[in-house]
Design a protein. Structure first.
Length: 138
């Protein structure tokens, strides 16, 4: 299955349609709440597929035990002054550009809730899609 890129110019419905097409198996109605996170965030994907966390400082994201064919998601909320780093060679991004948290500007508040969705097509590598300022059911 080819992953569809989520583009800045997509309408809300196009984003939803692409998300559903790319990640139809991710159930975002139930999730593991990681609480407050900072520093290196190591997620063991054998323990769940959907996670939620409040970012309280800069973080580096790392996953273990991903399985080819499976999909995963994590929702981060926090204020816009935190940075997000990715473990090298573990993640693949649309157009090769690593995603960051939604920045504050004149059209958005000083806080964010961003969803990152991952599909494992091969061992040790996760393909990433990003839904900025979206909310998990809570």
């Amino acid at each position: 299955m080819a992953i569809q890129n989520l583009n800045i110019g997509d309408t809300g419905q196009q984003l939803v349609d692409k998300f559903n097409s790319n990640f139809a198996e991710v159930d975002v109605t139930t999730f593991s709440d990681l609480g407050s996170v900072t520093g290196t965030v190591n997620l063991d994907l054998a323990t769940g597929a959907v996670f939620k966390a409040t970012v309280t400082g800069d973080i580096t994201l790392n996953f273990t035990n991903e399985e080819p064919g499976k999909e995963y998601a994590i929702s981060f909320s926090g204020t816009t002054n935190q940075t997000l780093s990715w473990t090298a060679s573990k993640f693949k991004f649309s157009y090769g550009n690593q995603f960051t948290f939604t920045p504050a500007d004149s059209n958005s508040p000083a806080s964010f809730e961003d969803i990152f969705v991952f599909k494992c097509f091969e061992p040790g590598v996760l393909h990433v899609s990003f839904l900025p300022d979206m909310k998990l059911n809570s």
